[in-house]
Design a binder for this molecule. Structure first.
Ligand code: APR
Length: 296
């Protein structure tokens, strides 16, 4: 019986390009429910009532109430060892792309913890040093900001590094909102008062009703996100699949892009997935237990 973890590590070590593809399972150990697993959201709630444009048109209060509840629950969660391991991998390796189906912000928060840890170890690569993930431009600190104070510099450097390790988001973000009238997108973390239609979040530009900026069933994925993710997957020699059942398309087809390009597939999941028959290496375990050793 081949030593699967060692085989997976060797594949990852040799690969010039790697795509890390995650689903709800990567956040399970942070206390975020998955969708289809035991205690999953779709066991307790009906997606057609809460996660379709028709449901929002029918009852925006009910939909906002549910997303408000999920946001509050997420705010109490912390990134787990899997998020941090992926963040470190992106910050210290060239040619790694992270693609997620998740709408939570735990990859970004995990990347910040990773950057802070690497900085403390004196191992945080300078911008542009660690491959394409690091070559993404650092976020603007707002036009003409005052020079950073000494103790701010490390924090700002870590935040800039973490931003370069941000995921390609296929299903949007629960902490962003979009105007149903003018289409403006904005970060939105304020508490939602869903007690009446009048108290629901409104667009700062046109006053239109805001909706969660997530992809609902029957909707197209964010422009460019799928194309960018598929191109990275097609060019990758390894697709590392973490915590997704692979049940929802078109995202689930990302793995076929890597296989179509002759790449290998490594799957990390304690349960059965749609990729088990095509996996070159199958690691049956929880992401927070497997990834630190696999990527460290
Ligand atoms: N570590 C790794 N994987 C885990 C863990 C864990 N600790 N716990 C559960 N899993 C696995 C489950 O075995 C399952 O294969 O995570 C997977 C979660 O699958 P789903 O609940 O189907 O979630 P996901 O694949 O992300 O759903 C895809 O469906 O509802 C839509 O838009 C939503 O993005 C979501 C999409």
């Amino acid at each position: 019986m081949a030593d699967e973890p060692a085989t997976a590590r060797a594949l990852l070590a040799r690969a010039a390009g790697v795509v890390v593809f995650t689903g709800a399972g990567v956040s399970a150990e942070s206390g975020v429910p998955t969708f289809r697993g035991p205690g999953g959201l779709w066991k307790a709630f009906r997606p057609e009532q809460l996660a379709t444009p028709e449901a929002f048109a029918r009852d925006p209060r009910l939909v906002w109430e549910w997303y408000g509840w999920r946001r509050d629950a997420l705010a109490a969660c912390r990134p787990n060892l899997a998020h941090v391991a992926i963040g470190r991998f992106l910050l210290t390796r060239a040619g790694v792309t992270l693609v997620t189906q998740n709408v939570d912000d735990l990859h970004e928060r995990g990347a910040l913890e990773a950057a802070t840890g690497l900085a403390r170890e004196g191992r945080l690569p300078a911008a542009g040093a660690a491959g394409d993930a690091a070559s993404r431009p650092a976020p603007e600190r707002g036009g003409g900001a005052a020079p950073l104070l000494d103790d701010e510099q490390p924090r700002a450097a870590n935040a800039a590094a973490a931003a370069r390790a941000a995921p390609i988001r296929l299903h949007g973000s629960i902490f962003h909102a979009r105007c149903t009238r003018c289409g403006a997108r904005t970060e939105h973390r304020a508490a939602v008062d869903a007690s009446s239609l009048a108290t629901l979040p409104r667009c700062g530009a046109c006053g239109g009703l805001l909706r969660p900026d997530v992809v609902w069933f029957g909707e197209v994925l964010p422009e460019g996100a799928l194309e960018t993710a598929f191109a990275a997957a097609a060019a990758a020699e390894v697709c590392l699949v973490v915590g997704t059942a692979g049940a929802v398309h078109p995202a689930a087809a990302l793995v076929d892009e890597t296989r179509g390009g002759g790449g290998r597939v490594v799957v990390v999941d304690p349960g059965e997935t749609a990729y088990d028959d095509v996996a070159d290496v199958r690691l049956w375990g929880a992401a927070g237990e497997v990834l630190p050793g696999l990527l460290g």
